[in-house]
Design a protein around this ligand. Structure first.
Ligand SMILES: [Zn+2]
Length: 288
């Protein structure tokens, strides 16, 4: 069974291709779907802070999480963390990912990053979708700051082409994914990071709708949350992902591909279900 990481970022300032390949080989990860990097390199967020935010997002006080999130975005749409500002790129560089996918077609796949707010839309999709290995579209309405109604034309074109959309939802109109599902009824949607910031409030819909899935990437999650998510949506709706190079670093300072894989492998589930999460579901999703 080939292990497929459906959510990683191409950020050579933190993790270059030769190092990535060596780490993937060491951990037995067959393929990685890369997303163009959308921000300046970030420092590691303290685990304790992530745990507090996670608890808040899953609690009845979850509207407070929106208030906290808003304090981290500047008026210019950049990130403000720990007193420093990190640029968010309105036009992530799809060419960089396409080049890696072309150079290593047996190891890398690519997501085409679009941003309707910066008019990076259907033209950009047409430019890259013909490159073998470009598997779908990545959207980040939370950091790019647009309501999901702005992505309806993208959703409809992806539906037509049979391409999935991987989406990092935001709050309010930036999280109202149903406008896309309603406008494009055959569209397949993958919610990044187990549906952050909605988590439990989204899982019932995913369980009941074969078009929907979630990935388990990122230190935004932890092992207990992944266990809860899999129990709620069922193993057939869950995709392995890492969010590399963000989050988990080993003693050698390199990205540790064992961390999230360990969460999946320690699930109390039949081996068949674990294999589906690690690769089988991704293969089915990519088979158009
Ligand atoms: Zn990510």
């Amino acid at each position: 069974m080939t292990v497929i990481d459906v959510h990683a970022h191409y950020e050579p300032r933190m993790l270059d291709v030769p190092t990535m390949l060596a780490q993937l080989d060491e951990r037995g990860i067959g393929r990685v779907a890369l997303i163009p990097c959308m921000n300046d390199p970030l420092p590691e967020t303290p685990r304790r802070l992530l745990a507090v935010v996670r608890r808040l997002m899953r609690s009845p006080c979850h509207p407070l999480a929106q208030v906290v999130a808003e304090t981290t975005i500047t008026r210019d749409g950049d990130l403000r963390l720990g007193g420093a500002t990190y640029a968010i790129y309105p036009r992530p560089d799809n060419a960089s990912v396409a080049a890696v996918v072309r150079a290593h077609p047996d190891r890398f796949l690519g997501w085409i990053f679009l941003n309707p707010r910066a008019a990076v839309g259907l033209d950009e999709l047409e430019r890259w979708r013909g490159v073998p290995g470009m598997i779908g579209v990545k959207l980040h309405p939370h950091w790019h700051g647009w309501p999901l109604t702005d992505a309806i034309p993208i959703a409809q074109r992806c539906e037509e082409l049979g391409l999935p959309i991987l989406i990092h939802l935001g709050f309010g109109a930036r999280g109202d994914w149903r406008v896309l599902a309603d406008a494009a009824p055959r569209l397949r949607l993958i919610f990044a990071h187990a549906g952050i910031p909605h988590y439990d409030r989204l899982w019932g819909a995913i369980r009941d709708d074969r078009r929907l899935a979630l990935d388990v990437s990122s230190p935004y999650l932890d092992e207990a949350l992944v266990r809860d998510a899999v129990a709620a949506v069922g193993p057939e709706r869950v995709l392995y992902g890492t969010d590399a190079p963000y989050g988990f670093h080993g003693a050698d300072g390199q990205y540790d591909y064992g961390a999230i894989r360990g969460w999946v492998q320690r699930l109390r589930a039949p081996a068949r279900d674990i294999d589906r999460i690690l690769g089988g579901n991704a293969l089915a999703l990519l088979d158009r």
